[in-house]
Ligand binder design. Structure first.
Ligand SMILES: [Zn+2]
Length: 370
């Protein structure tokens, strides 16, 4: 009976998507093997403050021991299913070490706890990072974007949560709430606590309450991580432009019960935060507004929609390349056309498609205003 009552209560605990986007999987009941343990508490009975101490030890097990995080990793694979998309697996296998090196440049603690990751079968647009640097990417992420730089931003955001332990502290709070509400009954065994912690982590990862402050921190870290890993930092603004275009109008229905929009930065706020960061990164030389890329306040180009991207989304990639060129000193060299690509020194800036100005026209203009 106790099992049923905590399950019901647990399912009503505050909801929030990892990316502010719904993971549509329903909350599953605790697996049968675990339910049995919860139903009949065996072993040491612990009470009062000792319970919370034990809860901390349980979190520490999953978050900080190799044994614990491997258990968590296996539990996620069982719950979400491992994707059979070999291409995506290979791509992730190439991207994770690159991002790891980028993060290690500013946060060497990553070397002590490398990420455990897999692509799961869920078709919604999401990714998550749990305790113990256990991470998973939904197959559905790739139907939102196939762009590697944009995918890198999503991974880097999740790794920002991981590096700052946002999820472990959130799960610890949930566990403490569950204990406080008497969800385990008056007598609590250590094994029941362990199973409750695992169940909260695995079955409610899509509903772990990440605070707005933590979301901003993960977004800001993601920017530094993708820069250090050598991805186009403009992709950080571009992905949120893309999400806004694909999901913005249906926000209320798509947010559903999973997260409260008032608790989260909006897609536009997240995009605009990145545009500001790009402006700063460029030494205050380059920005983009309403699809127009501006250098020193003067319009350079308004890209057309091409290559599966809107004009606005493309403008942020151009902004990212220009910001990197300024940051790395390539702006001291001349702009020129290399085939269809506008170059600034050694830095490619924009590949021109039908409907865009030509690369040589853009090079002439950029040399005048840069
Ligand atoms: Zn997040």
């Amino acid at each position: 009976m106790k099992t049923n009552s905590w399950k019901k209560k647990a399912s009503t605990i505050a909801l929030c998507g990892v990316l502010g986007i719904a993971l549509h999987t329903a909350i599953q009941p605790v697996p049968a093997a675990h339910a049995g343990v919860l139903g009949g508490v065996i072993g040491t009975v612990i009470q009062g403050a000792a319970v919370y101490k034990q809860a901390d030890a349980t979190i520490k097990h999953y978050d900080q021991t190799e044994e614990g995080r491997q258990e968590l990793f296996a539990a996620y694979k069982e719950k979400y299913g491992v994707s059979e998309n070999y291409y995506r697996k290979q791509q992730l296998d190439a991207m994770m070490p690159r991002l790891t090196r980028g993060i290690a440049a500013v946060d060497p603690s990553i070397n002590k706890k490398p990420y455990l990751y897999f692509v799961n079968k869920d078709q919604s647009f999401n990714a998550f990072c749990s305790m113990g640097h256990v991470m998973s990417v939904n197959e559905g992420l790739y139907s939102m974007t196939e762009d590697q730089d944009e995918i890198a931003v999503v991974l880097a955001h999740e790794m920002g949560h991981g590096q700052k332990n946002h999820v472990a502290s959130s799960i610890r709070k949930k566990l403490n709430v569950a204990i406080g509400a008497g969800m385990l009954g008056s007598a609590i065994g250590g094994s029941a606590l362990t199973n409750l912690a695992l169940s909260i982590a695995v079955n409610q990862i899509d509903t772990v309450s990440i605070t707005k402050k933590d979301e901003w921190e993960a977004d800001n870290l993601a920017f530094d991580y993708v820069v250090n890993a050598g991805y186009n930092p403009g992709a950080a603004a571009a992905i949120w432009q893309r999400v806004e275009e694909k999901y913005g109008k249906s926000k209320s229905s798509f947010a559903g019960e999973i997260f409260s929009p008032s608790d989260h930065p909006t897609h536009q706020q997240r995009r605009d935060n990145y545009v500001k960061k790009l402006f700063e990164y460029s030494g205050k030389h380059v920005t983009a507004e309403k699809g127009v890329v501006k250098v020193n306040g003067k319009a350079l180009v308004q890209p057309v929609a091409a290559n599966d991207k809107s004009g606005a989304e493309r403008s942020y990639f151009v902004l990212g390349n220009l910001a990197a060129a300024y940051h790395n000193g390539h702006n001291k060299s001349n702009a020129y056309a290399s085939g269809n690509t506008l170059m600034l020194g050694e830095q490619p800036i924009m590949t021109c498609y039908s409907g865009d100005p030509s690369a040589s026209e853009l090079a002439d203009l950029l040399n005048k205003i840069k």
